[in-house]
Design a protein around this ligand. Structure first.
Ligand SMILES: Cc1cc2nc3c(=O)[nH]c(=O)nc-3n(C[C@H](O)[C@H](O)[C@H](O)COP(=O)(O)OP(=O)(O)OC[C@H]3O[C@@H](n4cnc5c(N)ncnc54)[C@H](O)[C@@H]3O)c2cc1C
Length: 385
């Protein structure tokens, strides 16, 4: 399908069909064993969905962000866990917008063919937390190389990715312009592993393949610098807006899965001689979750439309992610409550999805920081952080 004539309905149907070939038992098992869903990621790659944002000239489908959002929403709506591979979609924008023609030529066709995975995004550090300008990982230029030292935390999928988009300091932090002096690099992780790069998995309450990454005099060729040195923060902001929109779409998918599951169960489960869904005490939370989800879905759509027309969308992207994360959490809580004790049983998949969707109030940006952003940048209140 080409970027010009994409049809979201067709995309949704095709993705739903692919997801249906991975039964819920597959997700239960990968979750139980904290195993990377390699087969699912391979199937999505082979079907071209993970490269859908890559322009046609580089072998992708050249679809816009709304199409990528539809793909991720459908994955979540099917009960699957797209976190195993969603990064390729949002990291892509940074490479597409700021990569040189040579970098695009080198990486994009291989990513489109599935020969390379670009699934790792190394921003967060243990001591900096949300304050990205305080990161301490440095990249010091020495001739034709940058020498990288430092540490990242929560670098998801690092063990299952060939490439990482890395944010590092190339100039000391100045109070006058805290976000200046940061640069973005493409790190070839397979070559770097054992030669200055070490990865340590972190076991978490969800199956997320997240890790700590250590850099010890890792040499990165200067040709792997993305855009101009020192302007990296601006480049990753673009990527972050895309990330928030896409994660918002995933949360809408989760919420729709919870609502469908709860509605079906409320219709069939009989207690006191009638379906539990006949009780308003059971109906109303489902209706509320539905309302919240539909409202969030509109904000996701609006943010995606602004993003793909090249307009500022920081406000909408943040609100979309936050409203959708709250809607999916509300829907998850409602779904668990609707199922009574059975909601706790692994075989219903609710407890798994409940854990998975909770992440999105913390990552990629936590609730408070979205509110801080709106208070300061939209409402004009004094900066609180
Ligand atoms: C499973 C998982 C996967 C992740 N994947 C990635 C990844 O692939 N790449 C990557 O770079 N990062 C990743 N992250 C990191 C994620 O983006 C951060 O955890 C998140 O941004 C929050 O940062 P923090 O954990 O350092 O929390 P902190 O910044 O330490 O904040 C802790 C708490 O304090 C609150 N807080 C902090 N400052 C303020 C303030 N001024 N006002 C009000 N409240 C405040 C926050 O809202 C939060 O609730 C991942 C995290 C998890 C858990």
């Amino acid at each position: 399908m080409s970027g010009r004539e994409h049809d979201l309905g067709e995309i949704r149907d095709a993705v739903a069909k692919l997801c249906a070939t991975f039964p819920m038992e597959y997700w239960r098992e990968t979750d139980r064993e904290r195993r990377y869903p390699t087969e699912f990621v391979r199937a999505l790659t082979e079907a071209g969905w993970l490269s859908c944002l890559i322009p046609e000239e580089y072998g992708g489908a050249g679809l816009p962000l709304t199409a990528a959002a539809a793909v991720l929403e459908e994955i979540q709506r099917s009960g699957a866990n797209g976190a195993a591979c969603h990064a390729q979609m949002y990291v892509m924008g940074t490479l597409l917008r700021h990569g040189s023609p040579a970098q695009k030529e080198k990486y994009l066709p291989k990513i489109a063919k599935g020969e390379l995975r670009l699934q790792a995004f190394g921003v967060t550090e243990p001591t900096a937390g949300t304050d990205t300008s305080s990161i301490r990982t440095t990249a010091v230029r020495k001739g034709e190389r940058y020498v990288v030292n430092g540490q990242k935390v929560w670098t998801s999928r690092a063990e299952h990715s060939d490439l990482m988009l890395l944010l590092a300091r190339t100039a000391p932090r100045s109070e006058a312009k805290r976000t200046a002096g940061l640069s973005v690099f493409i790190v070839d992780m397979k070559t770097a592993l054992g030669r200055g790069l070490a990865i340590r998995p972190i076991r978490t309450m969800i199956n997320h393949a997240t890790t700590e990454v250590f850099f010890d005099n890792l040499e990165v060729p200067t040709e792997n610098l993305l855009g101009e040195e020192g302007k990296g923060f601006r480049y990753i902001l673009d990527g972050m807006n895309a990330e928030r929109i896409l994660i918002g779409a995933e949360c809408v998918g989760d919420a729709r899965w919870f609502i469908a599951k709860a509605t079906a169960y409320a219709g069939e489960r009989r207690v006191f001689g009638r379906p539990i869904g006949q009780n308003q005490g059971v109906q109303f939370p489902i209706a509320r979750a539905y309302m919240a989800t539909e409202a969030a879905a509109l904000m996701v759509e609006r943010a995606a439309a602004l993003y793909e027309s090249g307009q500022p969308c920081g406000k909408e992207a943040n609100m979309a992610k936050q409203l959708a994360a709250e809607a999916s959490w509300q829907a998850g809580d409602m779904c668990l409550q609707t199922h009574g004790g059975f909601g706790f049983a692994e075989e219903y998949d609710i407890e798994r999805k409940f854990r998975e969707t909770r992440l999105y109030q913390i990552a990629p940006i936590s609730t408070n920081l979205v509110l801080c952003y709106l208070a300061e940048h939209v409402l004009g209140l004094p900066r609180s952080y």
